[in-house]
Ligand binder design. Structure first.
Ligand code: 5GP
Length: 189
């Protein structure tokens, strides 16, 4: 039988290797920002049907909240790319891992992204979507992390701007952890 001190030591070790989470955006702050951006989008696309393209996996919670605050009809689909391997820095290589299933020809498309950092992922996705002949493409991001921007991309709707740091929660992960957290935290490694 394993003794108590073994479990105590294990728990201690787990605590020591868990990165610290520092509160960044509270539930009500996120909700207010999502509602505000949804109102802007709804008024810009009045009488139009919009296709929301969520970027997997991080944008799924943001997209589901956003679409429920839009007062206009929408269709949704998802695009999947791999740009970050594990950890907090990019692998530098972007690969398309899930294509769009619905027809975007002559449609108004809004890309819904969790966070834009260098902008290279978004630039890649927009280039891919352009090949599908939509009428218009705009971009909505939950977080515009602007300090390390490399690609010249326009974020038409941003809920919140932040200079730097690695953020998790509300769909955003660190090595596939923390997506389920209802608030957004800054990760201190
Ligand atoms: P970019 O190509 O703009 O440098 O990176 C975009 C992607 O990197 C995002 O879709 C997201 O998956 C990931 N990413 C960039 N910054 C962060 C961050 O602060 N937190 C998390 N969880 N992912 C990030």
């Amino acid at each position: 039988m394993l003794c108590f001190s073994y479990w105590a030591e294990l728990a201690n070790r787990q605590l020591r290797i868990m990165p610290e989470l520092i509160s960044f955006l509270k539930k009500n702050e996120i909700n207010n920002k999502v509602v505000q951006v949804a109102h802007r989008i709804s008024s810009d696309y009045q009488h139009q049907e919009l296709v929301l393209i969520g970027v997997l996996k991080g944008a799924f919670i943001f997209l589901s909240d956003l679409m429920r605050h839009l007062g206009i009809p929408v269709k949704i689909d998802f695009v999947g790319v791999s740009s970050y391997g594990s950890g907090t820095s990019s692998t530098g290589t972007i690969k398309l891992i899930k294509k769009i299933d619905i027809d975007l020809t002559n449609r108004d498309v809004l890309v819904v992204e969790d966070i834009v950092d260098t902008g290279l992922t978004l630039a890649y996705i927009v280039d891919y979507l352009k090949t599908l002949n939509p009428k218009t493409i705009k971009v909505c991001a939950l977080l515009d992390k602007y300090e390390r921007r490399e690609a010249a991309i326009k974020i038409d709707y941003a809920c919140h701007r932040v200079a730097e740091g690695f953020l998790v929660g509300y769909g955003l992960d660190y090595n596939e952890n923390y997506r389920e957290l209802p608030e957004i935290y800054r990760l201190k490694l």
